[in-house]
Design a protein around this ligand. Structure first.
Ligand code: NAD
Length: 436
């Protein structure tokens, strides 16, 4: 079903950006390739090609100036074959329907691969949050919730943080939903602050899960993690938590970057010192950090550095065919969703560069969300240690499943193809069990 509640004209001013459709084409092709390898029935393939529901809402906000502005909000529910829809909520000027559609489908595959009982969804608002005041941002978030509510629920669809959203927006989300429904509904959203029903390990979950995968990959490749060089693009929730975890394990992080550019130091950056700087200067970017011996680099250079592991953890479509052809990275572990285009993926496989795909590498977040949701809906308690151990175990299990499937086949090590095949098998099994 397609539901479009957008009033006429609400899409005015939408920026044209090809990134969303490129991402959608990439994810569709990857899914279709896996379906062809597995010989999945065309009727099922056709059903999974489409999202169950696409919701577009107009979100009117009274700005501090007294003027009204209308923003466009999306929520796309791809499949609930294995459980309630689940997926993040991003605030970004480039958000469009194609991008959200692709990200929703990625969530279906990710949840299946991690074997958590959720389906896939994604949401977003086309907005540059950096130009909004705190009050405007809160009013925007709360109005989006009110417009979306009939289609969101603890056992229906559960959002979480994503690009430019954090526990602050999730707390507003849960509060507004509770007020409207006139009962507390902490399980309606994950990634909340601790005082609003959040879980101790959720914030770090994606980064720690990613770090766990990096360590396991290096072990499988026979490389000592204490000497391996690592570069991370994007220093937000995912990139930062990954850097913290890997630095804690003694890894050498030679480069990091954010929207303001990157910094490089061959002997390894002092992550603790960078953290101290960012803590003391809240809201500042990496271009404000200075230390002896660091070199300023741009994101293009970072993506081509001669490192053992490159971690794109910013936005989609960063690893283009040009990057794939020229990068000197030996392996890529995808922190972001959809950072590698389809043509680039093929080139990387041909060049023997091992890629751990997004649906595996960044799935620690959804597992952390699952724990938070379980705690909210069942009243169970999860300590930090238990949460960390559960995430580590599930990430290693998923990694080993994918690695074993990929190595069963002769030829190049294509972890993405293997991950999609496992995920698709599970979703199709659930569909068959339900509908046959
Ligand atoms: P975030 O908003 O917290 O951080 C994004 C980071 O990327 C920021 O440091 C930003 O400055 C940087 N950035 C933006 N544009 C850039 C560019 N052109 N070049 C370099 N850096 C740039 O977002 P996040 O939550 O860390 O999400 C990052 C990616 O990880 C997204 O693809 C998201 O979908 C994915 N992801 C997030 C989670 C999660 O738990 N937050 C879980 C799984 C996947």
């Amino acid at each position: 079903m397609v539901m479009n509640t957008t009033p006429k004209g609400a899409l005015r001013g939408q920026t044209t950006y090809a990134g969303g459709s490129t991402l959608l084409a990439t994810t569709q092709r990857q899914f279709e390739r896996a379906a062809a390898v597995l010989g999945i029935d065309e009727a099922i393939v056709e059903r999974l090609r489409h999202c169950d529901r696409q919701i577009i809402v107009s979100v009117p906000v009274k700005m501090d100036s007294g003027r009204w502005e209308h923003f466009v909000g999306y929520r796309v529910q791809h499949s609930n074959a294995r459980g309630p829809y689940k997926g993040g909520l991003r605030f970004h000027p480039h958000v469009d329907l194609a991008e959200i559609e692709a990200l929703a489908a990625l969530m279906t595959w990710k949840c299946a691969l991690l074997d958590v009982p959720f389906g896939g969804a994604k949401g977003g608002i086309q907005v540059d949050p950096s130009r909004l005041s705190e009050g405007e941002l809160e009013r925007l978030t709360r109005e989006y919730v009110r417009r979306l509510l009939p289609n969101i629920g603890e056992y229906l669809d559960i959002p979480a943080p994503d690009v430019n959203t954090s526990e602050k927006e999730m707390a507003w989300f849960a509060d507004e939903a509770g007020r409207t429904l006139m009962r507390p509904v902490p399980g309606i959203v994950t990634g909340k602050p601790l005082d609003s029903g959040g879980n101790v390990g959720r914030k770090e979950a994606t980064g720690r899960g990613l770090g766990t995968v990096v360590l396991e990959l290096l072990r499988r490749l026979g490389k000592d993690h204490l000497t391996a060089g690592i570069a991370i693009q994007g220093y937000g929730n995912v990139g930062r938590q990954t850097a913290l975890f890997l630095a804690e394990q003694g890894c050498r992080i030679v480069a990091i970057s954010d929207i303001s550019g990157g910094i490089y130091q061959a002997r390894g950056l002092d992550i603790d010192d960078i953290e101290r700087h960012l803590r003391e200067n809240p809201g500042s970017l990496l271009d404000s950090y200075h230390a002896p011996g660091i070199e300023r680099i741009d994101n293009q250079r970072l993506l081509r550095l001669p490192v053992d592991v490159l971690i794109p953890a910013a936005l989609e479509n960063q690893i283009t065919p040009e990057v794939a052809q020229t990068t000197e990275a030996k392996s890529i572990v995808e922190g972001a969703n959809g950072p590698t285009t389809l043509d680039a993926q093929d080139l990387l496989v041909e060049r023997g560069i091992v890629v751990v795909p997004d649906i595996l590498a960044n799935a620690g977040g959804v597992f952390g969300s699952y724990i938070e949701w379980l705690a909210n809906t069942t009243g169970s308690e999860w300590s930090l240690e238990r949460t960390r151990e559960a995430i580590r175990t599930s990430m290693l299990r998923a990694f080993n499943n994918v690695w074993d499937r990929a190595t069963e086949k002769n030829g190049n090590l294509d972890l993405r193809a293997a991950a999609y095949e496992i995920a698709l098998e599970r979703v199709v099994a659930a569909m068959n069990a339900r509908y046959c």
